[in-house]
Design a protein around this ligand. Structure first.
Ligand code: SF4
Length: 244
């Protein structure tokens, strides 16, 4: 890569809001009996995420991801979970990462939390007189492979896989994004603030308004009934903003 190409690539990442790059440890292996440093062989080269070509489609992004091994999460993956829904959606929901059901089926939000999300979208829309069903929106996650034991994705995993999320959002260009939980908020807004602080207000990813609300799996816990009511309020605001 020439210095010019490297500069362009780094400027592209900067535009995406990426301030640090993950660089896997390069293993340096000396050729047997090599007498000079020049004889050292470096393997493997760190793989940098590719640049997004203009007018990219979701299919192209999916092809680009391929049998991705760019981060350690591929190790326990059963199925890669790219995203689902309307490719021209006016509203995109972004969650954290696949759970066991999603990893099994290859689609986001298909487990209990997913059923709750569907109820939230369709129930709120119906109540508010908005003709909207789950397939009308687009749903995806920050990381495409299930973290072990459903742990929170690590910063380097979010950074590598997050560039695919950004490309999905760039391609769909929705009118608004709803970030479900603090991992999605962190990836989109680069903030350390938690959901309680961020929710109920509009933020921005580039020029697209972002509403942060609770992740449905948090709402499944019986002692979070207040949060449930707040999440419904957040969703109501998003739906009216996008579909009125
Ligand atoms: S989580 Fe994303 S970057 Fe990591 S292996 Fe899966 S698709 Fe690749």
């Amino acid at each position: 890569m020439t210095p010019q190409q490297l500069r362009e690539r780094l400027e592209f990442y900067q535009d995406l809001g990426i301030k640090t790059l993950y660089r896997p440890k390069v293993q340096t292996q000396h050729v047997e009996q090599a007498s000079t440093p020049a004889a050292a062989v470096q393997t493997p080269q760190p793989e940098l995420p590719p640049l997004a070509p203009p007018n990219e489609t979701l299919l192209q992004i999916l092809e680009e991801i391929g049998d991705c091994k760019r981060c350690r999460l591929h190790e326990g993956r059963n199925k890669l979970v790219f995203g689902v829904g309307n490719e021209q959606a006016r509203l995109v929901f972004v969650g954290e990462g696949p759970g066991a059901d999603e990893d099994e089926q290859g689609f986001p939000f298909v487990g209990r939390a997913g059923q709750l999300l569907t109820q939230m979208i369709e129930g709120t829309a119906k109540k508010e007189g908005i003709p909207l069903a789950r397939p009308d929106v687009y749903i995806c996650n920050v990381v495409k492979c299930r973290p072990p034991e459903n742990r929170t994705p690590l910063p380097d995993e979010m950074e590598i896989c997050g560039q695919f999320l950004f490309r999905q959002l760039q391609t769909i260009r929705p009118k608004a994004i709803c970030a479900l939980g603090s991992t999605a908020a962190k990836a989109l807004l680069g903030t350390k603030d938690g959901v309680m602080r961020l929710r109920g207000k509009w933020h921005k990813w580039r020029d697209i308004p972002v509403m942060v609300t609770y992740h449905p799996s948090y709402l499944l816990r019986p002692y979070n009934q207040n949060a449930k009511r707040e999440a419904w309020e957040d969703l109501k605001r998003v739906l009216h903003f996008v579909y009125d």
